[in-house]
Design a protein around this ligand. Structure first.
Ligand code: ADP
Ligand code: MG
Length: 246
C-alpha cells in the first residue's frame, strides 16, 4: 500500500527544552501508506518527535511538511494539519463525563461541522471497526483500559485523518488487553493508513512496519525495514538496545 508520494517531510528538525536538546537535527520522510515503528530508550525524543508532527509542541529549527502544508510559517495551517493527523496517546484522554458515542462526535461536529446524524453514522462505523459498537452509550469509566483505548482510536478515526500517530498506545494496558488494541492497529495498517507508532511491541513492528526507526539522544540513529533492523542492525547503539529489549 506504500506509494512513492511523500506525505510527511521533516528536515533538520530541532527542539530544545531550555538548554536540553530534545531533537537534534531529525530528518524523516514518510510515504503515503507507509507504516513506521519508532523505538528507543526513555527520554530519547520519541514523544517529542510525534508531538512536533501534530504541533502539540512547536519546534525551533527545521522544516515539517504534512501533505504539502508547511507547519512552520503561519499558525492558520495548524488546524488544517490537526484534521489530517490523528493522535492516540498512552493515556486515553477520553472525556469521562461524555458517553463513548459523544466522545466520538465531539470533533466531527465542532471542528469538521459534520451534521449530527451523519457524525453518528460515522462514529458507529468506526466503533464497529474497533469492535465495540455495543459500548456506544457507556461512559469511559465503565470500560476496560483496552476498550477505552479502542474508543480513543475510533475517536481519532472519526476525523477521517490521513495519518495516524500512536505514542505507546499499549504501555498503560494490562497484558491481556494489549492484543485487542494491537489487533485494531494491525487492521488499520492493512487498510493503507499512514501510521507512525511509538511502541516497544516488537512483534507488531516485525509484522506490520515497513520501516523501524531507532532513536537515541534526540536523533534518529537507524532506520531500516524490520527484517534488516532486527537481524542485522548497522549501528552499535541499535544492537545494544535490541539486546536489552528482545
Ligand atoms: P521519549 O518519548 O523518547 O521517552 P520524550 O520525547 O518524552 O522522550 O522526552 C525527551 C526528553 O525531553 C526527555 O529528557 C524529557 O525529560 C525532555 N522533555 C520532554 N518534554 C519536556 C518538557 N515539556 N519540558 C522539559 N523537558 C521535556
Ligand atoms: Mg514518550
Amino acid at each position: 500500500a506504500v506509494s512513492n508520494e511523500n506525505i510527511i517531510e521533516v528536515s533538520d528538525l530541532n527542539k530544545w527544552f531550555g538548554d536540553f536538546h530534545a531533537l537534534n537535527s531529525v530528518n524523516l520522510t514518510v510515504q503515503k501508506g507507509e507504516r513506521i515503528v519508532v523505538c528507543g530508550p526513555s527520554g530519547s525524543g520519541k514523544s517529542t518527535l510525534i508531538r512536533c508532527l501534530n504541533h502539540l509542541e512547536p519546534h525551533q529549527r527545521g522544516q515539517i511538511t504534512i501533505d504539502g502544508v508547511s507547519l512552520n510559517a503561519d499558525v492558520k495551517n495548524i488546524e488544517a494539519i490537526r484534521r489530517e493527523v490523528g493522535m492516540v496517546f498512552q493515556q486515553f484522554n477520553l472525556f469521562p463525563h461524555l458517553s463513548v458515542l459523544e466522545n466520538c462526535l465531539l470533533a466531527p461536529i465542532w471542528v469538521r461541522k459534520t451534521p449530527r446524524r451523519e457524525a453518528i453514522e460515522m462514529a458507529m462505523k468506526y466503533l464497529e471497526r474497533v469492535q465495540i459498537p455495543e459500548q456506544a452509550d457507556k461512559y469511559p469509566g465503565q470500560l476496560s483500559g483496552g476498550q477505552q483505548q479502542r474508543v480513543a482510536i475510533a475517536r481519532a478515526l472519526c476525523m477521517e485523518p490521513k495519518i495516524m500517530l500512536f505514542d505507546e498506545p499499549t504501555s498503560a494496558l494490562d497484558p491481556e488487553m494489549i492484543k485487542e488494541v494491537l489487533d485494531v492497529m494491525v487492521e488499520l495498517a492493512g487498510s493503507g493508513m499512514t501510521m507512525i507508532c511509538v511502541t516497544h511491541e516488537m512483534g507488531f513492528a516485525k509484522t506490520v512496519a515497513d520501516r523501524v526507526i531507532f532513536m537515541d539522544g534526540g536523533q534518529i540513529v537507524e532506520a531500516a525495514p524490520p527484517n534488516q533492523f532486527f537481524t542485522n542492525p548497522e549501528q552499535p547503539r541499535t544492537r545494544e538496545f535490541l539486546e536489552q529489549i528482545l
